[in-house]
Design a protein around this ligand. Structure first.
Ligand code: SME
Length: 148
C-alpha cells in the first residue's frame, strides 16, 4: 500500500461527516493496511491528560491515560511535534506497553492552533518509521482534526 492511496482511502472513509466512530475506523484502517504497524491508537487531550480513545492491536495497553509531558506521547503533545523513536529501549522517555515494541511514532493532531490529541503507532522492529510515515500521518492527523 502506498501512502498516497492510503491518504485517498482515508479521505473517503471520512467523507460522510456524520458517520459515527470515525476515529476507530481510521485506527482500524491503519492497523490492517500497514503490516509494520503493530499497534495503532488515538489519544485525545482532556485538560492536561491524554486519554486513549480508539485503538487496535494484539493487546490493550495499560497506558490509557498519560499526563502531558510524560512518555513519548506526552512529549509530542507538549511540543506539538511529531516524535519518531527508532529504538524505544534507547529512549528514556519511553513508557513501555508491549514487550515486542521496538520503535514508535507519535503524531500530534492540531485543531484551531492547539494540540487536541495524537496518533500513536508502535512497530515490532527497530527503525520502522521514516519521514514518509511522518508526512503521511501528519496528513491523516489534519483530516481527523475536523472529526474531533
Ligand atoms: N509508549 C508510549 C505510551 C503509549 S503505548 O505505546 C500504547 C509513550 O512512551 O508515551
Amino acid at each position: 500500500m502506498d501512502f498516497q492511496q492510503a491518504e485517498h482511502d482515508i479521505q473517503h472513509l471520512l467523507v460522510e461527516k456524520k458517520k459515527r466512530n470515525c476515529l476507530q475506523r481510521v485506527v482500524d484502517y491503519l492497523y490492517v493496511t500497514f503490516d509494520v504497524y503493530s499497534w495503532v491508537g488515538i489519544y485525545l487531550l482532556q485538560g492536561e491528560v491524554l486519554v486513549l480513545h480508539s485503538w487496535r492491536g494484539q493487546q490493550a495497553t495499560e497506558h490509557t491515560e498519560i499526563p502531558l509531558g510524560e512518555g513519548v506521547c506526552g512529549a509530542a503533545a507538549a511540543s506539538g511535534k511529531t516524535e519518531i523513536v527508532d529504538d524505544v529501549k534507547a529512549d528514556d522517555r519511553y513508557l513501555a506497553c508491549f514487550l515486542s515494541t521496538q520503535s514508535e511514532i507519535v503524531v500530534p493532531i492540531w485543531k484551531h492552533g492547539k494540540v487536541v490529541g495524537e496518533i500513536d503507532i508502535d512497530a515490532d522492529q527497530r527503525n520502522a518509521f521514516t519521514s514518509q510515515d511522518a508526512m503521511f500521518l501528519e496528513k491523516v492527523a489534519d483530516m481527523l482534526s475536523t472529526h474531533i
